[in-house]
Design a protein around this ligand. Structure first.
Ligand code: GAL
Length: 738
């Protein structure tokens, strides 16, 4: 099979675990360091430390280990694995995530690696390899030794992941087939959802069998739709099914697609939750959205686009605009420079033929920028290293057309823009994918948006591109010349520069150096630290001049990843404040992919409502990580709820506290500037739950108004208790007012 198809299929997560897998979860031994002897079958690893694959090596006694480490495991590979398979020629080794470079050996033979020649150039991703079943490296029905050599560039290291990510399995018939659910749902009258589902293959085998589709109401468990169809498909001729589901309620139903092939008896299963829209239609009358405060330095270029919705054309006006600023009345973009420090209280007015809206707004010219969490987009979760100028322009245009009216403004390029070599002068230059960085930045600014870039303090970035080490002043100047407004600054390869056991000062140093370099540039550049929270960075990152700082390793598009990160931010919580925010990593909604191909996020619609609600409560930067060129209706609706975004953008800049926790649900409370409270009630259980709260017990007594924020409706309650029915992994987000 073509590698690209295999990748698409793997990423789509359609693989069903057969009983024929050999688990590789338990029994691993570990040693830090590196030796050519350690792949050998006969090597005696008795003195090595047993290690779990549930987590990286860091929390298992190797806190500061960056560099090499080896894993070894003894395992019997039974020939029944091959015998029970329909296709018998290839066998796959899945070894979780490899962080970062890996080489896999089977009985001393190299069977897979993720780099060409330099083991330090591999990149974090799935650790896996496939070999032929007649490869002499395999000892069928005998003891085999799997040895994995890992090189960690910084932060977490090793091979780790969920138990189902560690196994040996045959590449079988269903690995070449796929139930493709990637097309978008369409929304029809009478609460009808429609979508076309395809069953397809890249192999020469002709599949013949039954496709079964069942749709279940997750609250009652009752089936609301069932259909079985005879299906034949082959390479180049997929089978398509047009699914129509009428009369749906505003909730997510679970669809299970299951195909059984008659000849092989093998099955393929895929599931997805149906989307449901909560954010009401945008009003035709003008409405002004976004934060009510914006900060800039005196003398720095100022750029703010007034976020406003309503039938176009809209006409903008600002009263009491400070000297040095001017407004474009047709676009709402304010530009210029203010030299005098101070709080400037202005009033925005936006009109159309149906009426007008007014809003008080404060322009704070002073020492702090990024007064509310950044709202924008970053290329990484969508495109990984395959980001290009064209892709960034599509994102910028989409933000301008569909999202900026709700306050979204940053367009940030992540890793992958840097040329392999600096200019003779030592200046950093962009690679061929970004032929005109200044032109791109000008384009982004012309839309009223802001432009961001990425680098690393080490010689290389995490993607193996050039970092800023010993070129900090030069790079900051180049960013300033290009018109950069946001710098994400990683840690990768700085592990080689910092001492083996970094002290707190060592952790701070690269950020202090770049801070000083940025300070020499007369431009407001938001500074985002991406060092995963090492040295409990939330305690000092604000003082070192970070506008935000990552508190964790990388997020991925699963409930486990998102909820593990999002619901473990309480040590960091007190440190959030205007201009300085904790960053639990970027959003994983819409079409994500970290590379050439994208897939629908594996979060269910309810999990996505939780994600956006929680990140807003946490005052995290909200950086959309999807391909905005393929923005579907559900995702757009999810990202444009002005009352939800108002919680994120609240000027008090506090982060929500967890005020209640049991095994089934959690309650988070965020204090807001107007004295009201945003309350997130999260169902973390696997079932629908009716949750009963007593406001006084949660210290939330005395509020008379309860507003459902997603639905933008007041709820009728008795002011003392609150009862809500929340789907599994879903949320009820309310705002309590007096
Ligand atoms: C990682 C970082 C990602 C992305 C990547 C680029 O360390 O956490 O968000 O920036 O580097 O190589």
């Amino acid at each position: 099979m073509k590698r690209s198809l295999l990748l698409i299929l793997l990423v789509a997560g359609f693989l069903t675990a057969s009983a024929q897998n050999v688990s590789l979860v338990n029994g691993w031994k570990f040693s830090p360091g590196d030796s050519t002897q350690w792949s050998a079958t006969g090597f005696d690893d008795k003195s090595w430390q047993p290690i779990s694959t549930a987590e990286s090596w860091e929390p298992q006694g190797h806190d500061k280990l960056d560099g090499f480490g080896w894993y070894r495991l003894h395992v019997v590979i039974p020939s029944s694995l091959k015998n029970n398979a329909f296709f018998k020629d290839s066998i796959r080794f899945d070894l979780g995530y490899g962080d970062d470079s890996y080489a896999v050996y089977l009985n001393g033979q190299l069977i897979g690696k993720n780099y060409n020649t330099d083991p330090k150039s591999g990149f974090y991703g799935l650790c896996k390899t496939t070999i032929k079943t007649n490869d002499p490296a395999i000892l069928w029905d005998k003891d085999n030794v799997i040895a994995v050599r890992v090189f960690d560039t910084g932060g977490a290291g090793g091979i780790y992941g969920d138990p189902d990510m560690f196994s040996i399995s045959m590449i079988d018939i269903m690995d070449y087939a796929r139930i493709n659910t990637e097309s978008d749902f369409s929304y029809g009258d009478n609460n009808t959802l429609g979508k076309t589902v395809k069953v397809e293959t890249g192999s020469n085998y002709t599949y013949k069998g039954q496709l079964d589709i069942t749709v279940v109401d997750p609250e009652t468990g009752g089936s609301i739709f069932q259909k079985t169809t005879d299906v034949t498909f082959a390479k180049g001729s997929p089978y398509s099914y047009a699914l129509t589901l009428p009369n749906l309620q505003a909730r997510s139903y679970m669809i299970t697609y299951s195909f059984k092939d008659d000849r092989s008896g093998k099955k393929l299963i895929n599931t997805e939750g149906t989307p449901y829209i909560l954010t009401p239609y945008v009003h035709a009358k003008p409405q002004i959205n976004g934060a009510n405060v914006f900060g800039a330095h005196p003398g720095a270029q100022f750029l703010y686009k007034i976020p406003a919705t309503g039938h176009k054309p809209l006409v903008f006006k600002v009263d009491s605009l400070p000297a040095g600023l001017k407004l474009d009345a047709t676009t709402g973009i304010i530009t210029g420079t203010v030299n005098q420090k101070g709080d400037y209280h202005v009033v925005f007015t936006v009109r159309n033929r149906l009426g007008f809206a007014k809003k008080k707004f404060t322009i704070k010219i002073g020492d702090v920028i990024g007064l509310t969490p950044a709202l924008g987009w970053n290329s990484w979760n969508a495109f990984g290293l395959s980001v290009t100028d064209a892709k960034v322009r599509v994102a910028a245009k989409t933000i301008a057309d569909k999202l900026s009216a709700h306050g979204w403004s940053y367009v940030n390029i992540d890793d992958g823009w840097e040329a392999p070599q600096r200019a003779a002068s030592g200046e950093i230059v962009a690679n061929e994918k970004f032929p005109d960085m200044k032109g791109l930045s000008d384009y982004v600014h012309s839309l009223g948006l802001r432009f961001g870039i990425y680098s690393s303090p080490g010689p290389r970035t995490c993607g193996g591109y050039l970092g800023s080490y010993q070129h900090e002043d030069q790079d900051a100047k180049t960013y300033g010349d290009w018109g950069v407004d946001y710098l994400k600054y990683d840690w990768c390869s700085y592990g080689e520069i910092a001492p083996k056991e970094p002290s707190l000062d060592d952790y701070k140093k690269p950020y202090q150096v770049m801070r000083a370099s940025l300070d020499k540039v007369n431009r407001d550049i938001m500074f985002s630290f991406c060092q995963y929270g090492m040295g409990d960075s939330w305690n000092w990152a604000g003082e070192v001049g970070g506008n935000s700082w990552r508190t964790t390793g990388d997020i991925t598009d699963t409930w486990k990843s998102m909820s593990d990160i999002g619901f473990h931010q309480q040590a960091e919580q007190p440190h959030a404040r205007p201009g300085h925010f904790n960053d639990p990593d970027m959003l994983i909604v819409g079409k994500v992919g970290w590379g050439d191909s994208q897939h629908n996020t594996r979060l269910t619609p309810d999990e996505q409502y939780t994600h956006i609600s929680l990140w807003s409560l946490l005052s995290s930067p909200l950086l959309i990580g999807c391909d905005l060129g393929k923005l579907d209706g559900f995702t757009l609706n999810l990202l444009t709820n002005d009352e939800v975004l108002a919680i994120s953008q609240d000027a008090l800049g506090k982060e929500a506290k967890e005020v209640f926790k049991n095994d089934n649900y959690l309650v988070y409370v965020k204090e807001l500037e107007d004295g009201s409270k945003a309350v997130g009630i999260f169902n973390i259980s696997g079932k629908y739950q009716t949750i009963n709260l007593n406001w006084a017990e949660l210290n939330l007594g005395g509020y008379t108004k309860v507003r459902d924020v997603w639905r933008q409706k007041y709820l009728i309650t008795n002011n003392k208790t609150f009862k809500t029915n929340v789907p599994s992994h879903g949320v009820e987000l309310v705002r309590l007012g007096k």
